[in-house]
Design a binder for this molecule. Structure first.
Ligand SMILES: Cc1cc2nc3c(=O)[nH]c(=O)nc-3n(C[C@H](O)[C@H](O)[C@H](O)COP(=O)(O)OP(=O)(O)OC[C@H]3O[C@@H](n4cnc5c(N)ncnc54)[C@H](O)[C@@H]3O)c2cc1C
Length: 393
């Protein structure tokens, strides 16, 4: 009989285990269907792992229980997280503005310090949990064999990037224990956007530094500045992912400002090269394919009059992209929905089933890019580990 069985050796499961060790608890096991720990952690931040955010704004998370989310992150804060990584696990961190990374800018360093702090014998890999049942005052976990404990931690992640192991089976395990109304339906968050605008195909592979706004059913929802990448299905890049969080049903449009305050440069190029066609006149400031698309959209072949130049500039400021959908859960960085946070008590223990703890992305909490989702994994798993440690002393 173990003091705890942790299901999932991802961000939350590893941190939960490390915290148990630092609290002096060693009689636990971490099960994972993968053959090694932290497969999703390895791909975070483009392989650099954006650990957390020094200016984390809790209001930016989506959840069904903001009060509990606030309490969890206030009890194990961003600074607590950095201190734990630095002082307990021995990871050196660096900041790039408000974003915090391992000093080596390698996610493998984060996985290594967590993995090495946890005794090797506590891990069982290639062990997929297929069922959990409650017997008297303990749980029986079916995986490569049966495991028994009065404390179970579900840290199975969301349902995106399935090849990292988070295949959604954690929701099924939970659904066998708690009522169906404890779940919020799953949807993709932080995901690329698709468009049906055929004229944009020609822009595939182009990147722009620009400001983009999301307009849903006529109302502006959010605005981001950064790099916009055009792809064969639509648009990508961090600012696209950020805006994808605010999509609504109905008509969604991304409005791109390609120019910011640079409109004088367009006027001067047209004035300086009157003999050239517009594409060539603007060759030094805009890709020719974009010039062609914008000319077509405003129905002009060559910019000559001031009115035509004004309309061209205005289209570059307000370039609309009709959004037809997202690239789906499989390609999303984060899953929205899952087990309602409000079904858990202040220590993330199920309100009805004693000893059933849940942390990380399987819970209905998701944040923007910039270390928010890992911070939730760190804070929620530490709260769980501390409660388990208190309960077994
Ligand atoms: C490409 C990408 C980049 C990202 N970059 C960042 C970033 O830079 N910063 C940030 O804050 N967030 C980032 N995220 C989000 C972040 O990685 C996740 O929110 C976080 O890893 C969730 O942690 P978790 O422990 O809940 O789930 P996971 O890390 O997904 O771990 C879940 C584990 O549970 C195991 N498991 C699942 N079901 C079972 C089962 N039935 N039996 C046994 N084991 C099981 C899985 O194999 C997996 O190892 C990124 C995500 C992606 C996809």
């Amino acid at each position: 009989m173990y003091d705890a069985v942790i299901i999932g050796a991802g961000s939350a499961g590893l941190m939960c285990a490390a915290r148990l060790v630092s609290n002096g608890v060693k009689n636990f096991v971490v099960l994972d269907s993968n053959s090694k720990p932290g497969k999703k952690l390895a791909v975070t931040g483009n392989g650099r792992c954006n650990l957390t955010n020094l200016e984390l704004e809790k209001d930016l998370y989506y959840t069904d229980d903001h009060k509990l989310l606030d309490s969890v992150i206030s009890r194990f804060t961003v600074i607590d997280t950095i201190n734990f990584f630095e002082k307990t696990l021995g990871l050196k961190t660096v900041n790039k503005d408000e974003l915090v990374y391992p000093r080596e800018l390698k996610s493998s360093a984060v996985i290594d310090v967590l993995r090495l702090y946890i005794p090797l014998e506590c891990f069982v890999f290639d062990s997929k949990v297929t069922s959990i049942r409650k017997e008297d005052d303990y749980f029986v976990v079916e995986a490569d064999r049966e495991y028994r404990s009065s404390n179970i931690v579900i840290a199975t992640g969301g349902r995106s990037y399935v090849n990292t192991g988070s295949d959604g089976s954690g929701y099924k395990l939970l659904a066998s224990l708690v009522p169906q109304d404890c779940f919020v339906p799953l949807s993709p968050s932080l995901v690329q956007l698709k468009t049906s605008d055929r004229d944009l195909k020609a822009l595939t592979g182009y990147r722009f530094s620009c400001t983009i706004r999301l307009v849903c059913n006529g109302d502006e929802k959010a605005c981001e500045t950064g790099e916009l990448l055009f792809t064969d299905y639509g648009i990508s890049g961090i600012c696209t992912m950020q805006l994808s969080r605010y999509l609504e049903s109905g008509k969604n449009t991304i409005v791109v400002d390609f120019l910011d305050k640079d409109e004088d440069i367009i006027r001067s190029c047209i004035e300086n090269f009157p003999e050239r066609d517009t594409r060539d006149a603007l060759a030094g400031v805009l890709p020719g394919v974009l010039t062609d698309i914008v000319l077509k959209r405003i129905g002009v072949k060559k910019l000559v009059s001031n009115n035509e130049i004004d309309r061209f500039i205005s289209e570059l400021h307000e370039f609309g992209i009709n959004i037809s959908g997202t690239n789906g859960l499989d390609n999303a960085q984060v899953t929205r929905g899952g087990l309602k946070l409000s079904s858990l008590d202040e220590n993330l223990q199920n309100k009805l089933i004693k000893g059933l703890y849940v942390c990380g992305e399987v819970v209905n909490v998701d944040g923007p890019c910039g270390g928010y989702n890992l911070q939730w994994a760190w804070s929620s798993s530490v709260i769980v580990a501390d409660q388990i440690s208190r309960s077994i002393v």
